[in-house]
Design a protein around this ligand. Structure first.
Ligand code: ADP
Length: 184
């Protein structure tokens, strides 16, 4: 375990199926191998406990993000590297969280709606098209793209390793992790 590490929040935002969880898991594994203390706050998991009962209205989505941001801040100030994976569709609330958290790295996980829908990892798009789910981000609910993300992963053009490497490189550049001699 590394004795000295600085806390930081890495916030993955993007459409459902864009690749947030996949990249997060890869980065988490790599950081753990390198001996860093890491915690993951995954939108889907969080909605079953910390944010249970919240729905998908604008207000509830904002509350969801605020709560995640609050916990991320607590962890990061105790020198944990926090990886947040949440659609977080509204720019204003992402910016609010950024303002409240001292060390914040925004990662825009970018894949077109067509690509996400083709992947349909959780079968949700199929349900949306069948009319079983309403207010789905990218379809009948907005997604506001980040204007100045620290990292952009274009997951329809990059491999998972390439996307994850971009995130690790940024952490390295900003001095949160040491350069890794064993490049991925
Ligand atoms: P999200 O968490 O954004 O809803 P997931 O990570 O659950 O998305 O699903 C993304 C899907 O896209 C996975 O099946 C993954 O294997 C695939 N994929 C293809 N290329 C990439 C990439 N460069 N980065 C992340 N995921 C990718």
């Amino acid at each position: 375990m590394r004795q000295q590490q600085r806390g930081v929040t890495v916030w993955f935002t993007g459409l459902s199926g864009a690749g947030k969880t996949t990249i997060c898991q890869f980065v988490e594994k790599e950081l753990r191998i390198q001996g860093y203390r890491v915690e993951v706050l995954d939108g889907d998991a969080v909605r079953q406990n910390l944010c249970k009962g919240l729905g998908f209205s604008k207000e509830d989505r904002e509350e969801n993000i605020r709560r995640i941001g609050f916990v991320a801040h607590l962890l990061a100030r105790n020198n944990v590297i926090v990886l947040v994976s949440a659609i977080s569709p509204y720019r204003e609330i992402r910016e609010e969280v950024r303002k409240n958290i001292p060390c914040f790295i925004e990662v825009y996980v970018n894949a077109s709606l067509e690509v996400c829908e083709r992947r349909d990892v959780k079968g949700l798009y199929k349900k949306v098209r069948a009319g079983e789910i309403k207010h789905f981000t990218g379809i009948d609910d907005p997604y506001e793209i980040p204007l100045l993300p620290e990292v952009e992963c274009k997951t329809n053009q990059e491999s998972i390793v390439q996307s994850a490497s971009k995130v690790l490189k940024k952490l390295e550049e900003l001095g949160y992790i040491l350069p890794n001699v064993n490049e991925l």
